[in-house]
Design a protein around this ligand. Structure first.
Ligand code: NAD
Length: 487
């Protein structure tokens, strides 16, 4: 593989110090296909050192007041925000997403994650009940759980890692984090700011490497009582097996096969641009992306025609170009996997209306070896097809027709996943009815990706176990105790 001139070499961050590694993994720039960075290939030894550092830091950090911790989190948010452009450029180069997306979504949200939990940690209360007849009162107290293991994926690297680090340390835990080996750079950049923000040594430790080595060493470590994981359902199953002997607490945020349901009274002027975004934003590499669009038969042809015409306008290419909408997919292997779904659909007799396999893709000279793909719309596809059942995690969406409300609810629910759904209708009663019956942890009606971080986030069925959010993350990252006082 081609190596670009000056390789960026990352180091683990353990006990407040950058520590070089004895072996490394190549990391690619998805938009050029070149290796540009080397990531430590950590294993048990490095994880052991990081857990040790986190244990040493725990008594001091956990005894700080929520206000003291909150001030430090806010300082860290300010420092990341100050370097927002550098973080956005790095995230784009490492992940393939457009700089515009990283600048307006990933990095601002990473900043907000710290600000949000810096604020929410100040407002939790515990419970108290009285049993007058028994002369007793009961109350609950919450304490940080200890060393939290945090494992994150490659699609929204700093955004999702900070969604875990911020609540974990706000609650008084210390952490060992393992970002995806494919997108480690912004986590490493964040480590450079921790000391300046006032985060004591050992509170945040970051160990880079693969899931099989570093990830599993963290999951199996006896001194890490809880694991917050975001990634694929397959990996989560392995984490559950590996952590079972230790009875660890797990928060699992997993994949999805999210439906959008478009009724014939939907406002298509709102619905079409939003559903294009929900299908193709971040190259379709968001767990919440729509990949099955059910359109009521009366408007099906009209919807499909307009949707395809608009999808064709999405520009694919150099992620630094501000006019580009779709950057590169994360890796060559992933691109091949996503393409293979389109081929399978075609072999099954489905029609590809635009994108992969039917349109040509023109790329700038420097991006010829990048992992690009056009937004792809598949129709006339059966519900049993793998394109309608499996998570593709790329810029591919299927459009199918339905007749009745009852029918579409059943079809939307007939997958193993249950993360998110979108309902488009101007009938308020129908919107409520359908939302109530969809098997999904999040249902957006007449919008997509509007989030209030106070409220629970997570999936049903194979999309996850547990929820994260202000109260949910607080509960996950703390141990509760019920204390009874006889007076
Ligand atoms: P992945 O499961 O391959 O990897 C996720 C993380 O787990 C990486 O850091 C990886 O190194 C690590 N890992 C892999 N094997 C491991 C093991 N045996 N033990 C411990 N750690 C291990 O997922 P991915 O390909 O990085 O991310 C894409 C997936 O993540 C998609 O399925 C997507 O839907 C899901 N996702 C879900 C959410 C959500 O909030 N529900 C958000 C983003 C992504």
């Amino acid at each position: 593989m081609a190596h670009s001139k000056a390789l960026l070499v990352l180091e683990n961050f353990i006990g407040g110090k950058f520590v070089p590694s004895s072996s490394y993994i190549d990391s690619y720039n998805p938009s050029t296909g070149d290796v540009y960075c080397r990531v430590p290939d950590s294993g048990k030894e490095e994880v052991e050192a990081a857990v040790k550092a986190a244990k040493v830091a725990f008594p001091i950090w956990s005894s700080k007041s929520p206000l003291e911790r909150s001030q430090i989190l806010n300082k860290l948010a300010d420092l990341i925000e100050h370097d927002l452009e550098a973080f956005a450029q790095a995230e784009s180069k490492d992940q393939g997403k457009t700089v515009t997306f990283a600048r307006t979504v990933d990095i601002p949200r990473a900043v907000y994650n710290f600000r949000f939990f810096a604020s929410s940690i100040l407002h939790h209360t515990t419970e108290c009940t009285e049993m007058a007849a028994m002369g007793c009162m009961h109350y609950t107290s919450r304490t940080p759980a200890g060393v939290a293991g945090l494992i994150s994926p490659w699609n929204l690297p700093l955004y999702l890692l900070t969604w875990k680090i911020a609540p974990a340390i706000a609650c008084g835990n210390t952490v060992v984090a393992k970002p995806s080996e494919m997108t480690s750079v912004t986590a490493w950049m964040m480590c450079k700011l921790l000391e300046k923000a006032g985060v004591p040594h050992g509170v945040v430790n970051v160990v880079f490497g693969t899931g099989a080595r570093a990830g599993e060493a963290l999951v199996c470590h006896p001194d890490v009582p809880l694991i917050s994981f975001t990634g694929s359902t397959l990996t989560a199953q392995r984490i559950m097996e590996k952590s079972a002997p230790h009875c660890k607490r797990l928060s699992l945020e997993l994949g999805g096969k999210n439906p959008a349901i478009v009724f014939d009274d939907a406002d298509l002027l709102q619905c079409i641009p939003t559903t294009l975004r929900s299908s193709f934003a971040n190259q379709g590499e968001i767990c919440l992306c729509t990949s099955r669009i059910f359109v009521q038969r009366g408007i099906y042809s009209e919807f499909l025609k307009r949707f395809v015409a608009e999808a064709k306008k999405w520009k694919v290419g150099n992620p630094s170009d501000p006019t580009v909408d779709v950057g590169a997919l994360i890796s060559k292997e992933h691109l091949e996997k996503v393409r293979s779904y389109v081929k399978k659909a075609q072999a099954e007799g489905a029609r590809v209306f635009c994108g992969e396999g039917v349109d040509s893709l023109a790329l700038p000279t420097g991006n010829q070896k990048g992992y690009f793909m056009l937004p792809t719309v598949i129709a006339e596809v059966k519900d049993e097809s793998c394109c309608m059942q499996e998570e593709i995690f790329g810029p591919v969406t299927c459009v199918v027709a339905f007749d009745t409300e009852e029918e579409v609810i059943e079809r939307a629910n007939s997958v193993k996943y249950g993360l998110a759904a979108t309902v488009w209708s101007s009938n308020v009663g129908r919107v409520h009815r359908v939302a109530q019956r969809l098997q999904a942890g999040l249902v957006w009606t007449n919008c997509w990706l509007v989030r209030d971080l106070n409220l629970p986030f997570g999936g049903m069925k194979a999309s996850g176990i547990g929820r994260e959010g202000a109260k949910d993350s607080y509960e996950f990252f703390t141990e509760v105790k019920t204390i009874t006082i006889k007076h």
